[in-house]
Design a protein around this ligand. Structure first.
Ligand SMILES: [Zn+2]
Length: 312
């Protein structure tokens, strides 16, 4: 084969590769929107890309970031398809947007984003990175200096050993998540106490404190049990025992059980909103991700999405 023919053919294949890349990103968008990756026991789209699609970490990160940029309707798909924007440039631009918004605690406008994308068109990956670096606002490194006593140090060492990591930021993150869980349990407890107090008041209205001496005992009317979405503690205990403190979701593909033991939530199999009961059989223990996926299956991604960014 003549060299010119070989190059011509390679250019054609690269063009086709760009078209397939775009198809992969479009499908990843759908998988992400419906959180279908959770059906495969992957806790994130990134994990789905590495575990199921077999991309390495860097390939997965590039695709997830490029997909997020694509989802912002800034005309990126046309640019990737035509080769004006490479996959890695799209990923770099997305990382830049996220970092800038976080840094300045302010959303970049669509106009500003489009302008930056236009500027990066036709640049190599290295040139894109250099151009974006030049645009960065002054990065302020966020550090958290911690001085602890011997007892706290031992506790942190223990948690570090249990988590199998020495990464202080991961340890701190886990402790914060657990604090959130305890806070939500406290909230639940408060609601239960309020319900109990209300029931006591109702009951005291029906049974006088000092029944008349010698008289017939006052008939005690049963107070109808208020239907509550709060799952009784004894039910939670039974479900926890049954689940062994691990997410109860099983993969639809191979039946493997989800391995998550953190951020677990109690969920109604038949949703409470459509008359699901608080019986042990109707309650399952799910990790946050699988809980969201179940909700999407019942109510649809559209209805659930407003709740996803409240606390995830
Ligand atoms: Zn799970």
């Amino acid at each position: 084969m003549k060299h010119s023919k070989l190059v011509e053919e390679t250019i054609l294949y690269v063009k086709k590769e760009q078209q397939f890349t775009l198809l992969v990103l479009t499908n990843l968008q759908k998988i992400d929107h419906e959180k279908i990756f959770l059906d495969y026991n992957c806790q994130s789209l990134f994990a789905f890309c590495t575990d199921i699609l077999k991309y390495n970490d860097s390939e997965a990160s590039v695709r997830v970031n490029a997909m997020r940029l694509l989802g912002q309707n800034l005309g990126v798909s046309e640019k990737i398809e035509s080769g004006q924007l490479t996959l890695s440039s799209a990923a770099m631009i997305q990382r830049f947007f996220v970092a800038e918004e976080k840094e300045n605690n302010e959303q970049l406008t669509s106009q500003k984003k489009t302008q930056i994308i236009e500027e990066m068109q036709g640049k190599s990956a290295r040139a894109t990175q250099e151009a974006l670096n030049a645009k960065r606002s002054n990065p302020r490194p966020k550090t958290y200096n911690l001085v602890v006593n011997e007892e706290t140090y031992t506790k942190i060492e223990h948690i570090s050993h249990e988590m199998g990591t020495k990464d202080q930021s991961k340890i701190l993150n886990k402790l914060c998540d657990e604090h959130d869980e305890v806070s939500s349990l406290k909230e639940e407890l408060l609601c239960c106490q309020q319900l109990l107090a209300k029931a006591r008041t109702e009951l005291s209205k029906k049974v006088p404190a000092n029944p008349p001496a010698g008289g017939e005992p006052m008939p005690v009317q049963a107070v109808p049990e208020a239907k509550s979405r709060f799952i009784p503690t004894e039910v939670k205990r039974a479900v926890l025992l049954r689940a062994g403190g691990q997410c109860e979701h099983r993969s639809h593909v191979n039946g493997d059980r989800c391995k998550m033991k953190n951020s677990l939530e109690f969920e109604h199999c038949k949703p409470y909103s459509i008359d699901g009961s608080n019986d042990v059989e109707n309650i399952k223990l799910l990790c946050r991700g699988h809980n969201i996926r179940e909700a999407i299956k019942v109510f649809g991604a559209q209805k659930i999405s407003p709740y996803l960014h409240k606390k995830t």
